[in-house]
Design a protein around this ligand. Structure first.
Ligand code: SF4
Ligand SMILES: [Zn+2]
Ligand SMILES: [Zn+2]
Length: 310
């Protein structure tokens, strides 16, 4: 089948748009969506220092590549990559190596921080203490905690994360089924400017995961790690993924509809004025006396001392 925009062979049928696209036109489609999100929602200005959370996986590698393409020649804008090594044997090491190779090739400043040094445990150790089922939750909270602290230390104006359309629509569905509309509104496109948090931007939120994967494979300048995290079999998210993929296949564009619903809800609901205070242990903003990361670390320390009581 030929591309609908030129005579080259198509590599993708974009069911939601009805278009067959060749490699070149798929890349243009992905880049166009990212540039539009950057323009509409990310408010990147001259003189800023923008962080990119880079795991070395396909999403963050594509994110870095396109952001470098857009901003690499702004003389007064600085891109800085942050990688977090959670300590997942056989999975994270090769992806961090790829991340380092990429930032060296693009000449982008890059900092690597590890769970082991920042939290005192690798994720493998955490999983042994608390069980596989809770590992993803711990990982997400601890990673966000490290990312926010380091973003402040590095004086970043914003931090870009590689969440794609599938991630965002899955999170929305999970929050909806959980009855957590507050959390759902936080998925909206407007950047979070609460004091104490470095604003997070998601330039890939309008690009389907499959297209990012293809982009990473087609573009030979991108080195990305494609393996799945061994802990990613988190039941709830896998269920949401399955439901949405099935629904998208029967009703093309469904994931975009979910995203649009989230954006409309976020726009219409007033933001709750949550009172934040400094965590007594680490100083990060929190609604309690101790932030969630410090509570989890306390739990881990307890579990280590008394492994029979989970
Ligand atoms: S899938 Fe879960 S455990 Fe694996 S890196 Fe992501 S958040 Fe961490
Ligand atoms: Zn084409
Ligand atoms: Zn804390």
């Amino acid at each position: 089948m030929d591309c609908d925009k030129c005579s080259e062979e198509a590599v993708l049928y974009q069911k939601y748009s009805g278009l067959h696209l060749c490699s070149q036109h798929l890349m243009e489609s992905v880049e166009g969506k990212v540039k539009q999100t950057l323009r509409k929602h990310c408010d990147i200005q001259h003189g800023q220092k923008i962080g990119i959370a880079l795991s070395g996986g396909k999403d963050s590698s594509v994110l870095l590549h396109i952001m470098h393409q857009v901003f690499g020649n702004w003389p007064d804008l600085k891109l800085v990559c942050i990688s977090i090594d959670e300590g997942i044997t056989g999975y994270r090491d090769p992806s961090i190596d790829m991340a380092i190779e990429t930032t060296n090739a693009l000449d982008v400043e890059h900092h690597v921080y590890s769970f082991n040094e920042e939290v005192g445990y690798t994720l493998d150790e955490i999983s042994n203490l608390i069980g596989d089922e809770k590992t993803c939750r711990y990982c997400g909270i601890l990673r966000r905690w490290i990312l926010n602290r380091k973003s402040k230390e590095l004086d970043l104006d914003k931090i870009a994360i590689g969440h794609n359309l599938d991630d965002e629509s899955q999170s929305a569905l999970m929050n909806f089924l959980d009855g957590d509309i507050d959390r759902m509104t936080r998925l909206g496109p407007e950047i979070n400017t609460k004091t104490g948090f470095t604003p997070r931007i998601k330039p890939l939120r309008e690009v389907p995961e499959r297209e990012i994967g293809l982009y990473a494979k087609i573009n030979n300048k991108i080195k990305a790690h494609f393996d799945e995290c061994p802990y990613s079999n988190w039941a709830l998210r896998q269920e949401a993924r399955k439901i949405l993929n099935q629904y998208e296949s029967n009703h093309p564009g469904a994931k975009y509809s979910v995203l649009s619903s989230v954006d409309q809800i976020a726009e219409k609901l007033p933001q709750k004025n949550i009172k934040l205070q400094d965590c007594k242990t680490c100083g990060e903003p929190t609604t309690n006396t101790k932030c969630r990361a410090c509570q989890l670390i306390k739990n881990l320390n307890k579990n280590r001392q008394n492994p029979s009581k989970p």
